[in-house]
Design a protein around this ligand. Sequence first.
Ligand SMILES: NC(=O)c1ccc[n+]([C@@H]2O[C@H](COP(=O)([O-])OP(=O)(O)OC[C@H]3O[C@@H](n4cnc5c(N)ncnc54)[C@H](O)[C@@H]3O)[C@@H](O)[C@H]2O)c1
Length: 309
Amino acid sequence: MGKKLKVGIIGVGGIAGTHIPGWQASEDAELVAGSDISAKVLAEWGAKNGVKRLVTDSAELFSDRDIDIIDICTPSMYHAPLAIAALRAGKHVICEKPLAPTPKDIRDMIAARDASGKQLMTAQHFRFSGTSRALKTEIDGGVLGDVYHARGWMLRRAGLLTRPGFIMKKHAGGGACIDIGVHILDLTLLMMGNPKPVAVSGVARTELAKIPGAFTRWSGPIPKEFDVEEFAAGFVRFENGATLMLEVSWLLHHDVEGDDTQMWLYGNGGGSHWPSCQIFRSNYKTRQQYNTTLKIKNDLREPHAQECV
Ligand SMILES: NC(=O)c1ccc[n+]([C@@H]2O[C@H](COP(=O)([O-])OP(=O)(O)OC[C@H]3O[C@@H](n4cnc5c(N)ncnc54)[C@H](O)[C@@H]3O)[C@@H](O)[C@H]2O)c1
């Protein structure tokens, strides 16, 4: 084992807490610093996690030659400027989802990565679950043949976070689509082999959040500052002829208390469902239909930690 890479987290709120077990378990990296615009939050976080290097100006982490990796956990509008500054300072970057709210931001981040020669990783933790890994292994082995259609959705009934970084466009950059839609979209594209999209049509709208008395099960009333979309639906055509349908909502009148998160993939050799990890196939000679369920070896860490470790 060589020298451990030193990590500084920027934005020490909710999601940063889920990365810490990964950094603590890592044999290759160690958490040494944190930064947040709130000195109070930062001091509490530092005391709780035993992190002593605490700075309210993230530029101090970029100029710190001891730090190798910047872990960006701020609201999404700040991902691109922070990641680009970190890469230009010669740091590797892991950045919470969505990588950034606009394609231009993401292209600029990729250009900064290419110029720096460092790594830029998007923290799409769905990729790291045992069920995702098991299904991907089977799909890479050809169990579905060519996937020609996919459906993915992440739907909640009155389930959203009302912190400014989620509901105000100036901090979040967008609503449900880039908050939870990116999770299932990213996973579906990964399973499809990341085909090149050639046409996209979609809608984004807000219907329920503005009704007087609108609420979320997690934190009560929806603040009047809410100015992002609560619902989005999209249809994508790919260069290889495949198609994808996406549905996302924080607030739908839907028969579910938690998240209804599902992905269906349909190929010429079989179909599959996630997260149940079922595979559906047919024998056309005997006219038999087979359903199999993958057995998942449950020895992985929680996926947010797994992506850091
Ligand atoms: N992967 C997941 O499952 C998941 C879940 C929730 C949130 N997220 C993502 O994580 C990010 C943060 O979400 P959260 O729930 O932790 O939010 P949060 O509001 O709990 O925490 C964000 C922290 O960032 C700080 N901050 C804000 N602007 C900053 C800046 N410019 N520089 C430094 N610090 C700044 C805030 O003071 C706060 O402490 C978002 O991009 C969100 O999409 C991912």
